[in-house]
Design a protein. Structure first.
Length: 173
């Protein structure tokens, strides 16, 4: 299966659908540390919801391949999904193709990783509580987000106890 362009070029970036089997992690990807636990959690989330954020790639010197310069965790998570047989190796992955120098690729990788801000624990707990109030049970919420039931239950406990639980309730931290 070939890569397909699905959106035109904007500022040197083209959106494409690329078969998973044609993707590999670039040395230009600045994130080098790994967490197996975090990758498993992300894998469960991507399998449940699909890929919500594109991978950023460059054309490789390897014929027909694309190097992932931003989205290495997402790539590893998708690899887990493919390995367990939930997705085929030729599943098309939405990617943004960056046309530019190796320096620009490294800079784009740094920008994506550096500018990201995680949610506070209070925000996470409020979000899980919302899904439970809407009718999901703790086990379903935990599975959809790749978490343990105990973690989600802990968020419910914090929500019930409010102030004094170590979280700043009533404001976003």
């Amino acid at each position: 299966m070939c890569a397909r362009v699905i959106a035109g070029c904007t500022s040197g970036v083209t959106t494409m659908l690329i078969p998973f089997s044609r993707l590999y992690l670039s040395d230009a990807n600045v994130r080098k540390t790994r967490s197996e636990e975090d990758d498993i959690q992300l894998s469960a989330d991507i399998e449940a919801r699909g890929l919500l954020q594109n991978l950023l790639v460059t054309k490789s010197k390897k014929r027909g391949k694309f190097a992932v310069i931003a989205g290495g965790r997402r790539l590893r998570a998708i690899e887990m999904i493919v390995t367990r047989g939930a997705w085929a190796p030729d599943t098309e992955i939405e990617c943004k193709l960056l046309e530019g120098s190796e320096e620009e690729a490294g800079e784009a990788s740094l920008a994506e990783n550096f500018q990201r801000v995680g949610m506070s624990p209070a925000e996470e707990c409020r979000a899980f509580q919302h899904f439970i109030k809407e009718g999901s049970d703790v086990a379903a919420v935990a599975k959809r987000f790749g978490l343990t039931q105990r973690f989600v239950e802990g968020c419910q406990h914090r929500d019930k106890n409010g102030p004094g639980t170590g979280l700043k309730w009533g404001q976003l931290v």
